[in-house]
Design a protein around this ligand. Structure first.
Ligand code: SF4
Length: 330
């Protein structure tokens, strides 16, 4: 991504949640939901973030759109660190950065008609009169494939797919540059999922949007992403161009995740890799590489030293001792 322009730079971002004293004895008293994560998001791209439940991907998304404060780290949006901005200072950036949620029904006020839901953020801008506001609402509804008839209806009168279109329309009202979408199609039927994904791609082309697309579903992420980051226990373990990640995964965890979905590569098959056990608790992650308790390739060094994310060929970075310099301390 050398000559691409950065929209966001995430630097050493951490989110630690305190645990009530006395609940866990011994090691620390906090859950490291996101632990020292750094990456860039480039203008016009879709960066997919995948990981199992508890990997920290949703927490990461909420911090980036500033719905949640970080414990440490920087979120640099077009050159400005927005992480520590207060509500007033954040105002100028708020309209540029929006979020689409998994459950549009829960995120849309059930007592408000669609016209109000979409018109509310437009009214706050105070730059449009009543007629212009109505035209803008109809224009945005048209962009997400809904007609003006939707204006007078309530969210419960729509299907799941239509409600997600309304959620996307609401995110678009401020003409954002960046949208973080957290599992935006997970609650939808498979047939509707592709419609919403295609809509998001069309809107991205039309409005030059940049997306962070968070999902546990590797097939969905493959469909929409330009680059993909894989999270495990609060850290990015591999990140790179979609083609590299899906055709040549380097990290054993990425290899295991991908082995569980149907793949059409040159030999038409990929052997399924079965991981041992469940992911460890983020409140008490294993020392060394956090994946070593489940990794089929783990060796001594993995139990002692945490691997750093190292850039390899063609923009693909991986945090695994299998690919790093020899361990010199033992
Ligand atoms: Fe597996 Fe070791 Fe690589 Fe971790 S560092 S993924 S345990 S081989």
């Amino acid at each position: 991504m050398g000559d691409k322009e950065k929209l966001l730079e995430i630097r050493n971002l951490k989110k630690y949640f305190p645990i009530k004293k006395g609940l866990i004895k011994g090691r620390g008293n906090q859950v490291k939901a996101v632990d020292d994560v750094s990456f860039n998001i480039y203008k016009g791209e879709t960066l997919g973030i995948v990981g199992e439940s508890g990997s920290g991907k949703s927490t990461l998304g909420r911090m980036i759109v500033r719905l949640m404060d970080a414990t440490e780290g920087e979120i640099v949006f077009e050159g400005t660190n927005i992480e520590h901005l207060g509500t007033r200072q954040m105002g100028a950036f708020r309209k540029e950065i929006q979020m689409v949620f998994q459950d549009p029904f829960a995120s849309l006020n059930p007592r408000m008609r669609v016209g109000q839901l979409i018109g509310e953020p437009i009214a706050i801008q105070k730059t449009f009169n009543k007629k212009e506001r109505a035209e803008k609402i109809i224009d945005i509804l048209g962009k997400v494939g809904l007609t003006a008839e939707a204006i007078t209806k309530f969210p419960h009168e729509f299907s799941g797919g239509q409600r997600q279109r309304i959620g996307i329309a609401r995110a678009l009202t401020m003409n954002p540059k960046f949208i973080a979408a957290d599992e935006p199609v997970s609650a939808l039927d498979v047939s509707v999922q592709s419609q919403v994904l295609n809509l998001m791609q069309d809107l991205q082309d039309e409005l030059n949007l940049t997306y962070l697309f968070i999902s546990h579903d590797l097939s969905v992420v493959k469909h929409i992403s330009d680059r993909v980051g894989v999270m495990y226990l609060g850290r990015i373990v591999e990140i790179g161009p979609k083609k590299n990640i899906y055709d040549n995964p380097m990290h054993p965890y990425t290899q295991a995740l991908l082995s569980s979905i149907p793949v059409t590569n040159f030999d038409g098959k990929r052997e399924k890799i079965y991981l041992k056990g469940e992911p460890p608790s983020p409140s008490d992650p294993p020392k060394g590489c956090a994946f070593h308790t489940r990794c089929p390739n783990a060796f001594n060094r993995c139990r002692i030293e945490r691997p750093e994310l190292i850039l390899h060929d063609d923009g693909q970075s991986v945090a695994c001792h299998l690919y790093s310099a020899p361990f010199t301390n033992v």
